[in-house]
Design a protein around this ligand. Structure first.
Ligand code: AHR
Length: 334
């Protein structure tokens, strides 16, 4: 069964007190969690309870990720406690603390930001609750501060978009970059990977770079502002996710600029709307960042419960969609 938590104030105070007590009982930051020593299966034979702290449900990617985790948990007979972070990293810290206070058996955390979630990860470690970071990384060490990371290689995603665009543009382009959520690992790594790859092509230059928070409307708004300031002075848009690329396509069309002809776009995720835009000739490429990897998360939990050693990093294999294969894969897109 899946429960959606809407915690009240008094419960968060109680959670805070319990976390503080567990921190006092623990012996400091560098102690390895008992959970990382492949301790005997938690749960004492009852139904396994897994807490899941999700960033938000503001785009199709997040909804697909939650649905995948929800159905995998229920297929394995586990209880899932889902908490929506409402796009707030500070709330996510409290959400994890409340899962610790509820003594769940495992915590799955999709951290909004890289640095802010560190105290919550260490609190789970000190409470002896194995935590799995999913899709985004945070400022802590897998296999030491938390059980494992499962997700995509964001740096490589940025590199792959850059290489595709460099080929398509013959190594010359003025590029507009729409960045994701500030200080999140996909935003940091996708920016770095892209820059690393275009450094091999001196004619590929970034002429504007703005945050649009991984959201479609924001992508559209930011693109409108960039068109106002640059006019037609750009040839490529690199968006850190599909949603922002689709927003940008709308802004370009409204300004009389033809996406796919006047301006070539590349993005990341490989969602259904992106594949449709590729088929329509408006989006050039979308490198997949699959939100469906719950099977790997729960295989890892099951292996850990059996007392087996588990990998500290499990990296998803992602595909690349462009005009050559989008129609072939759209049936299965999220
Ligand atoms: O962390 C993965 C990223 O977060 C996805 O690319 C994006 O669409 C989501 O919001």
């Amino acid at each position: 069964m899946t429960a959606v938590d809407t915690r009240g104030h008094s419960r968060s105070i109680l959670a805070g007190l319990l976390v503080a007590l567990s921190l006092l009982a623990g012996c400091g930051r560098d102690r390895a969690t008992p959970a990382l020593k492949n301790a005997p299966p938690p749960g004492g034979g009852g139904r396994l309870v897994v807490g899941f702290s999700q960033v938000n449900h503001a785009n199709p990617w997040r909804i697909a990720e939650t649905n995948d985790i929800r159905s995998e948990a229920s297929g394995r007979g586990y209880e899932l406690i889902l908490i929506d972070g409402g796009s707030s990293a500070a709330k996510q810290v409290k959400d994890v603390e409340s899962l610790i206070a509820r003594k769940v058996d495992y915590i799955i955390l999709a951290p909004k930001e890289y640095a802010t979630l560190r105290p919550a990860i260490l609190a789970a470690r000190d409470a002896g609750i194995p935590l799995i970071l999913v899709d985004r990384m945070a400022d802590a060490v897998p296999g030491k501060d938390f059980l494992a990371f499962v997700g995509s290689d964001f740096t490589q995603e940025g590199e792959r978009v850059a290489e595709w665009l460099a080929r398509r543009m013959g190594g010359n382009a003025r590029i507009v970059e729409l960045r994701g959520e500030k200080d999140s690992s996909p935003e940091i790594d996708r920016a770095a990977g892209f820059r690393r790859a275009i450094a091999k092509h001196p004619g590929m230059r970034i002429v504007a770079s703005s945050y649009a928070h991984f959201e479609r409307l924001e992508g559209q708004k930011v693109m409108e502002e960039i068109i106002l300031s640059l006019g037609r002075g750009f040839d490529v848009v690199y968006a850190h996710n599909d949603e922002m690329a689709i927003g940008a396509i709308q802004a370009l069309k409204a300004a009389g600029i033809s996406p796919g002809k006047d301006v070539i776009l590349g993005s990341i995720d490989g969602g259904r709307d992106a594949l449709k835009a590729i088929i329509a000739g408006e989006l050039g490429v979308s490198v997949e960042c699959s939100p469906r990897f719950a099977r790997r998360i729960f295989d890892l939990i099951d292996a850990h419960r059996r007392g087996e050693a588990v990998s500290a990093r499990v990296i998803n294999e992602d595909r690349l969609f462009d005009g050559s294969n989008a129609a072939q894969f759209i049936y299965d897109a999220f």
